[in-house]
Design a protein around this ligand. Structure first.
Ligand code: UFG
Length: 344
């Protein structure tokens, strides 16, 4: 019998790609999503890609009774992958209580419900934001946690602590915290991808929308940083590679291969790329010219961060595989698909 996994936020960007990889690996998936930042049509797209329709429940993770009912409706769920969260840095500064409620209470509900329904494993979506501006690069999992720059970033830190404290208190839960670097790109089918609400805040959706002519110009936030070309450096990880890390992490939990009850892995490529390098690589690999201009720095930006993925490579047995060229082409193909279906 297939092992059942509950995926919260499963119609979202990283969630949907992970559902595809889970189903391709033989898992049965139940998606829970309140559709606050995603479309229900994503379930159709997942079915189109994999040939399997995941179960879908429109429930908010803040709704304890609603979540309880999902665990009861689908008995035998073995693991949870918890993506559902609010994730816009700027919005979190304006609406901190909304962010703390959404992101903290959702996790607390899950951690209370899991033992009740004999579910032992959880994978939590964390972020390299917990490292702030690291003193040493590339950054390893043992780098110090820095004071969060935003309520959003703080929810990632506090949620990591909530999981650790809960397990330390004797809860029979096992956890893997995946610290994502910058996820980008879309499934090779171009049937699922990132669909930001309104004006994108992140680089890649802004870039592909500009290339499509939806936005006039991409602003590059600063070229006077202490980096080789002056623009900020990030570790851009292909979303399908990131999705595969979740499958491997879930196998590890369910097969009892963990060395600690809570394990933390960096999920990045180990390669730092500047904003300007990324733009030029996009132009070269897609043949599409991009209108951009250098503007002032964006407040609160980290100057440079990229992962040391050695621990994930050796211990988890996961490695980022996609080239940046293929990844950027996939992001562009997704933008073209959105135009074709009249969404953007
Ligand atoms: N950038 C631009 N122009 C834009 C948008 C972004 O130049 O229009 C630059 C930024 O200054 C930064 C880089 O592109 O140097 C990447 O910016 P993103 O907003 O795409 O990503 P961030 O690294 O700032 O943020 C991401 C996630 C956050 C997370 C953070 C740290 O979006 O959720 O990483 O982990 F908190």
């Amino acid at each position: 019998m297939k092992k059942r996994i509950l995926v919260t936020g499963g119609t979202g960007y990283i969630g949907s790609h992970t559902v595809v990889e889970l189903q391709n690996s033989g898992y049965e998936v139940i998606i829970v999503d309140n559709l606050s930042n995603s479309r229900v049509e994503v379930v159709d797209s997942i079915e189109q890609i994999t040939g399997i329709r995941p179960a879908f429940e429109k429930v908010d993770c803040l709704d304890y009774e609603g979540m309880d009912a999902v665990f009861t409706k689908y008995p035998g769920i073995q693991g949870v992958i918890h993506f559902a969260a609010s994730k816009a840095v700027g919005e979190s500064v304006e609406k901190p209580l909304m962010y703390y409620r959404n992101n903290l209470v959702s996790l607390i509900n899950l951690l209370e419900l899991m033992p009740k329904h004999n579910v032992s494993g959880i994978i939590f979506s964390s972020s390299c934001t917990v490292y702030g501006q690291p003193d040493v690069l590339p950054v390893t999992e043992s780098a110090p946690i820095k004071t969060a720059e935003s309520p959003y970033g703080n929810t990632k830190q506090v949620n990591e602590e909530i999981i650790c404290d809960t397990i330390a208190s004797g809860s029979p839960i096992r956890a893997i915290l995946l610290r994502y670097f910058n996820p980008i790109g879309a499934h090779p089918s171009a049937l699922i991808g990132e669909l930001p609400n309104g004006v994108p805040q992140n680089l890649i959706p802004y870039l592909t929308q500009t290339a499509m002519g939806i936005r006039e110009k991409l602003s590059v936030f600063g070229d006077d940083y202490d980096t080789p070309d002056g623009s900020c450096i990030r570790d851009y990880i292909y979303v399908v590679d990131l999705a595969k890390a979740h499958v491997i992490a879930m196998n590890r939990i369910l097969e009892g291969k963990q060395k600690e009850k809570v394990e933390v892995f960096n999920v990045g490529t180990g390669r730092g790329l500047s904003v300007l390098e990324l733009i030029h690589t996009f132009e070269e690999s897609t043949g599409v010219k991009l209108n951009y201009q250098i503007v002032g720095r964006r407040q609160g930006d980290i100057v440079k961060v990229w992962a040391d993925p050695t621990f994930a490579n050796n211990e988890l047995g996961w490695k980022a595989e996609a080239t940046i060229e293929d990844t950027l082409r996939s992001a562009w193909n997704w933008q073209v698909h959105l135009r074709e279906i009249g969404v953007q």
